[in-house]
Ligand binder design. Structure first.
Ligand SMILES: NC(=O)c1ccc[n+]([C@@H]2O[C@H](COP(=O)([O-])OP(=O)(O)OC[C@H]3O[C@@H](n4cnc5c(N)ncnc54)[C@H](O)[C@@H]3O)[C@@H](O)[C@H]2O)c1
Length: 275
């Protein structure tokens, strides 16, 4: 096993790559705490982890609220005594929050001309600030035990945006700054801090963007996204979870401050024979 008797907090673990990570961690001997706003999804994750013989606690937590983050880490330590691994998966576009947030069934208004102060703050809080404060709360336990792994999910969109979404991509770029800073600051305490930059991955992340599409149209859209990738398929949550596991395990013990793209070959262009 790669993570025997370890304890992880996975924020955003109710669906998508966070859930897949919790399952993979359980198969490698790790118990998890799921910090999320989606209770139904989180309870599914809890079931999947327990099926694999490990413990899993759901703590309702909106990561845009610093007090709820502290409560989540307190609950984790109360139940498990400490925390070894922190995975930051929560993110995306909130459905009905902020002045300019997209409503279900509508597309977000895009482009620099449509920047909205309230929406900007919500996006930065969800996709960047919440992760910084999770790190703040777990770091003292990791420092004390001289061991810790922090893995934060950024986005390939930082380098190669598939659409104008500067609030989201700026926040995800901020994750890289956070990772470089914390990797430097926490290295003397044997804490590894790394980031993953996923390309297109088939998860509920796309629900708000595809709210107007039928199931068949959604599948066609995912296929089309897959054809834009050099490896010619859309990524699956497991493709990211495998790399999270790598960064959480001793297989990567000499890596910190790394930012790894999991994008099926992106941002390389599609293969073509020009001459
Ligand atoms: N799917 C992709 O193509 C893709 C690409 C690049 C980056 N990402 C990033 O990957 C991460 C995981 O996304 P995913 O694709 O698995 O999508 P997902 O929607 O399945 O997962 C996101 C999770 O975050 C949770 N969440 C949302 N707002 C929250 C809040 N305020 N507090 C706590 N939890 C909250 C959701 O309930 C959900 O469980 C996200 O940070 C996303 O931005 C996704």
């Amino acid at each position: 096993m790669l993570l025997p008797d370890k304890v992880a907090i996975i924020n955003g673990g109710a669906t998508g790559m966070g859930r897949s990570t919790a399952i993979k961690f359980a198969e490698e001997g790790c118990s998890s705490v799921i910090a999320d706003v989606n209770e139904a999804g989180a309870m599914e994750t809890v079931k999947e982890v327990e099926k694999r013989g490990k413990e899993c606690l759901f703590v309702p937590c909106d990561i845009t609220d610093i007090k709820q983050i502290k409560n989540c880490v307190d609950q984790t330590v109360k139940k498990f005594g400490t925390v070894h691994i922190m995975v930051g998966c929560a993110g995306g576009t909130p459905r009905v929050r902020g002045g300019d947030a997209p409503k279900p069934g509508s597309r977000p208004r895009r482009g620099v001309a449509n920047l909205d102060g309230t929406f900007w703050d919500v996006m930065l809080s969800l996709n960047l600030k919440g992760h910084a404060f999770f790190c703040k709360e777990v770091a003292p336990y990791m420092v004390k035990q001289k061991f810790g792994k922090i893995i934060l999910i950024s986005s390939l969109g930082v380098y190669s945006p598939p659409m104008p979404a500067s609030e989201y991509h700026s926040a995800k770029a901020g994750i890289l700054g956070l990772v470089y800073n914390l990797a430097f600051e926490l290295a003397p305490h044997n804490i590894n801090v790394n980031a993953i930059l996923p390309g297109p991955i088939k998860t509920p992340f796309y629900d708000p963007l595809m709210a107007n599409l039928s199931e068949k149209e959604k599948e066609a859209k995912f296929d089309e996204m897959g054809r834009s990738v050099p490896l010619q398929r859309i990524g699956l949550p497991e493709d990211v979870a495998n790399v999270v596991l790598f960064f959480a395990s001793e297989m990567s013990s000499y890596i910190s401050g790394e930012t790894l793209i999991v994008g099926g070959g992106k941002p390389l262009p599609l293969y073509s024979e020009m001459f």
